[in-house]
Design a protein around this ligand. Structure first.
Ligand SMILES: Nc1ncnc2c1ncn2[C@@H]1O[C@H](COP(=O)(O)OP(=O)(O)O)[C@@H](O)[C@H]1O
Ligand SMILES: [Mg+2]
Length: 228
């Protein structure tokens, strides 16, 4: 029996209402099937709807019409609490800006998603945090605050934070967008390696050729449609 796709988008359409004129049509008819452990890059011009599409995949936004299934389940049929659980447990997010909490240390930042569900990180979770921080060469930084890190280091912390709950899917929105060329390439390689090591399905929106090239498949979003 064929395995269930981890993510399936069927005829997704998204418009934003406007008070000044006609509504903005962003996504027209998006169809995409993503299998477990795949790595996908989505490229496209600025304003083409890449973030909108990624937010729909991450249950941060709702499509105007169409269907999305995560592991066969339809989030639109779930309560807000059930959606929040899936978002926290099954999906990791990385954004262009790291969004680390400035008052927390690197280790505390990484453990934040755990504390959404439990009062305290248990031993195995702490060990996972330390192992992943070591994996991304940040062991020497665990007690530092984000202001004491470089941009590339902050993004690596953000990647570890996104992976801490062992998500099934990692969604990254221009994760190298604020990095220089060398750091972009390094983060791209790291993401590709973690896709395999952590068995996480990866969907990355990017302007970077080096990141898109390293992903298994590349799709282009333009005029509301996704093409390969
Ligand atoms: N919350 C919103 N309300 C109204 N329009 C929006 C909203 N979010 C995005 N848009 C519009 O949708 C289009 C696509 O935006 P976005 O998904 O951010 O594109 P990209 O990430 O490819 O640059 C843009 O025209 C943007 O202005
Ligand atoms: Mg965007």
């Amino acid at each position: 029996m064929k395995k269930q796709p981890i993510l399936k988008l069927e005829n997704i359409h998204k418009s934003y209402p406007s008070t000044l004129g006609p509504e903005t049509h962003v996504l027209s008819d998006i169809n995409l099937t993503v299998d477990e452990n795949e790595s996908i890059a989505i490229i496209g011009p600025s304003g083409s709807g890449k973030s909108t599409l990624l937010n729909i995949m991450g249950i941060l936004d709702k499509p105007s019409s169409g269907k999305m299934l995560i592991n066969g389940d339809d989030p639109s049929e779930m309560s807000d609490n059930e959606q929040a659980l899936i978002r926290n447990r099954d999906i990791g997010f990385v954004f262009q800006l790291h969004h680390l909490l400035p008052q927390c240390t690197v280790l505390e930042n990484v453990l934040l998603p755990v504390l959404a569900c439990k009062p305290k990180a248990d031993g195995p979770t702490q060990e996972r945090a330390l192992r992943l921080l070591d994996r991304v060469d940040l062991t020497h930084c665990i007690a530092r605050k984000p202001s004491q890190l470089s941009g590339g280091e902050c993004q690596r912390v953000a990647v570890v934070r996104a992976l801490i709950n062992q998500p099934k899917i990692l969604l990254a929105d221009e994760p190298t967008g604020s990095l220089d060329k060398a750091n972009s390439r390094e983060l791209a390689e790291l993401l590709a390696e973690l896709n395999k090591e952590e068995n996480v399905t990866m969907i990355v929106v990017t302007h970077s050729d080096s990141l898109a090239d390293i992903m298994g498949q590349t799709f282009t979003l333009s005029d509301g449609n996704l093409s390969q």
